[in-house]
Design a binder for this molecule. Structure first.
Ligand SMILES: Nc1ncnc2c1ncn2[C@@H]1O[C@H](COP(=O)(O)OP(=O)(O)OP(=O)(O)O)[C@@H](O)[C@H]1O
Length: 279
């Protein structure tokens, strides 16, 4: 898959994507020593169906919490979240991909990918067929009977992506999915993700610490700080984008400089940061 063969048509036709709406959403946590933390504060955010949105901001600013609220893994303390017309609920219609893959070590690659569909009432032949086609789509068909420990980090993340995509999600929530990969694998995975997204067009909410990754992938970059949305930037770079050509556009440099200086200022102003106060 890393040399970007065309995405096979047969896995599933394009989804429509579902709009995501956060209306005045807040979420607090209480730490072990009883301190109250406002992880997400009064977030108002409308994400159109099929949009690719990157969330960026300093460590601890609430990005992952917002994602877990969208997945239905967490309930907001205040406000309302809607995916399309419904409240978020964990299940195959919402695909989730994490930095640390979260594969089941004792299950084969096929077993990991098929896991997402178990309990959905499919017969074994149909389930196996879906798994086979999904593995083909991410270029891992020949690894179906191997185990996660036998695969490289990039391959494991493709398994995690296949597991998220097999449920034909109309919303894909990705929490720093490529952060633990080496630089080359990361760029190849970014291109692969773009090819898959351009084909299926789920709505994507993608958490990253990388300004370049956000600019390469997203239609919009949301900058968060202290649990709040601080900036909502439209990225009008031409599509289809690939890592090699996006950076050649002059606008890319301008957006990169703007975003990086914004995030740098936030990190330097954060008392919890090791860089606090530095100029
Ligand atoms: N289950 C929890 N219990 C207590 N505090 C939590 C919990 N989950 C998150 N927090 C706190 O809420 C704040 C926001 O956390 P969150 O993980 O959403 O930030 P983040 O922007 O994703 O950070 P990072 O970039 O480091 O992953 C942080 O201060 C974090 O310590």
């Amino acid at each position: 898959m890393s040399d970007h063969p065309p995405v096979p048509e047969m896995v599933h036709s394009s989804t429509r994507g579902r709009a995501i709406r956060f209306a005045k959403v807040s979420k607090d946590f209480t730490t072990g020593n009883g301190r109250r933390i406002s992880a997400v504060r009064q977030v108002d955010l409308e994400i159109a169906e099929q949009q690719f949105v990157a969330l960026i901001g300093p460590s601890g600013c609430g990005k992952s919490t917002l994602l877990r609220l969208a997945d239905g893994l967490l309930e907001p303390d205040m406000g309302q979240i809607k995916l399309g017309d419904t409240s978020p609920r964990p299940g195959p219609a919402t695909g989730m991909v994490f930095q640390n893959f979260r594969l089941i070590p004792w299950r084969s690659i096929a077993g990991n990918v098929g896991f997402a569909l178990e309990g959905q009432g499919l017969d074994t032949a149909e389930l196996n067929q879906r798994v086979r086609m999904q593995l083909e789509q991410v270029g891992l068909a020949q690894w179906a009977n191997h185990y996660p420990a036998q695969l490289s980090g990039g391959m494991r993340q493709r398994v995690a992506l296949a597991r998220a995509l097999i449920g034909r999600p109309d919303v894909l929530l990705m929490d720093e999915p490529f952060a633990s990969l080496d630089a080359q694998t990361r760029e190849l995975m970014q291109d692969d993700l773009l090819a898959l997204w351009e084909h299926h067009r789920p709505t994507v909410l993608f958490v990253t610490h990388s300004v370049d990754e956000a600019l390469l992938l997203a239609d919009r970059v949301i900058v968060m700080g202290g649990g709040a949305v601080l900036e909502d930037l439209t990225i009008d770079l031409p599509r289809p984008r690939r890592s090699t050509d996006a950076r050649r556009v002059a606008e890319y440099g301008r957006l990169r400089e703007h975003l990086w200086s914004r995030i740098r200022d936030l990190v330097l102003a954060d008392p919890a940061s090791a860089f606090f106060g530095r100029r």
